[in-house]
Write a protein that binds this ligand. Structure first.
Ligand code: AMP
Ligand code: MG
Length: 320
């Protein structure tokens, strides 16, 4: 049985302590309930994907208490300032360039050079974010492919005890997800309609705003373009490799069977822990992606649990 506690000072303090330990806390926001984890902790972020049973690594929205908390994470621009001043705290998510030194796990942004950021208005979310003092990655608190939860009961039914704590704060006021606006590339574009309408955005911007055309099926990513922009290594990626050639970089998993020398080597998880492997995946791919290496040879990853999402990402990385 999941632990469900009403929002009060004691439960907020307990939730903040759990988040700092890398645990997962479901909490109310004005849109839907979120499943939060420390966005700076790759293992906590991996645990979010595992809890949701996501078959791929969709980038997660990073939640903070106020705009100042974003200064170290993203590159501001004028439109972002304007939308932030008009709609935050509230149901708006902005996609912005990620600062090079942002202390956010690469897994949280699925290897992208951008971050999705939001300042929720729900008083409990605000209190929690202030208490924890860390950026919190939080997708909707439901199993992948299921409806977004708007009550603590929905969360408990969907995630069971996969959330270490569920903060119960009543029914979500808005009940649909935040509007996602891309400000990282060219003219602003709505990637996902949500709690803030297109008209509200256009009123503030004083210009028309395009809406991304979702041609994909509901289960496919909201934006195929977003997938295309996922981090892809510049050098070839060779999957299910027994071992690396001398001119290849070797990305091992579990007991490392590579005996002969190779160009470079890293291990996603020497213990064979898929959670740890997910947390390391994007950072290690980047580290091995050097022109001097002929390719990145990757050991087989079991297609169970988070291994499904890891293999999905590796297969995309291997397509050239
Ligand atoms: P959810 O996980 O249900 O809260 O949904 C988050 C939404 O934000 C998904 O549609 C993601 O694809 C989108 N998203 C998150 N980060 C980014 C990013 N860096 N670039 C583009 N879209 C993003
Ligand atoms: Mg969702």
């Amino acid at each position: 049985m999941p632990t469900v506690v009403p929002v009060d000072d004691a439960s907020i303090a307990r939730a903040a302590a759990l988040l700092r330990e890398g645990k997962l806390v479901a909490f109310p926001t004005e849109t839907v309930y979120g499943l939060g984890g420390d966005a700076t902790n790759g293992q906590a972020v991996a645990a979010i994907y595992a809890a949701k049973g996501r078959p791929n690594f969709n980038p997660l929205i990073i939640h903070v208490a106020d705009a100042v908390a974003l200064d170290n994470l993203i590159e501001w621009n004028d439109i972002a300032r304007l939308l932030a001043a008009s709609f935050w705290p509230g149901p708006l998510t902005l996609i912005l360039p990620r600062r090079k030194d942002a202390a956010i796990s690469l897994l949280a942004s699925a290897g992208l050079d951008t971050l999705a950021v939001r300042i929720p208005s729900h008083p409990a979310a605000q209190k929690l974010l202030r208490a924890v003092g860390l950026p919190i990655a939080a997708p909707s608190a439901n199993a992948s492919g299921k409806l977004s939860p708007t009550t603590p009961l929905h969360v408990a039914e969907s995630l069971g005890d996969k959330a270490d704590l569920i903060l119960a704060g009543g029914r979500s006021q808005i009940g649909i997800e935040s509007t996602v606006v891309n400000l990282a590339a060219g003219a602003p574009m709505i990637l996902r309609p949500g709690g803030i309408t297109r008209e509200q955005l256009e009123m503030v911007l004083g210009q028309k705003i395009a809406v991304f055309e979702a041609t994909a099926t509901p289960d496919a990513p909201a934006s195929p373009g977003m997938l295309a922009s996922h981090y892809a290594p510049n050098i070839p990626v060779r999957l299910n490799a027994e071992s690396a050639e001398p001119n290849e970089a070797w990305l091992a998993f579990g007991a490392d069977k590579q005996i002969r020398p190779c160009a470079a080597r890293l291990n996603l998880s020497p213990q064979g822990d898929l959670n740890e492997a997910a947390a390391n995946l994007f950072a290690m791919l980047r580290e091995l992606d050097k022109p001097a290496h002929a390719a990145i040879a990757v050991a087989p990853i079991p297609a169970i649990g988070l291994g499904v999402a890891i293999n999905d990402r590796l297969q995309r990385a291997a397509v050239r």
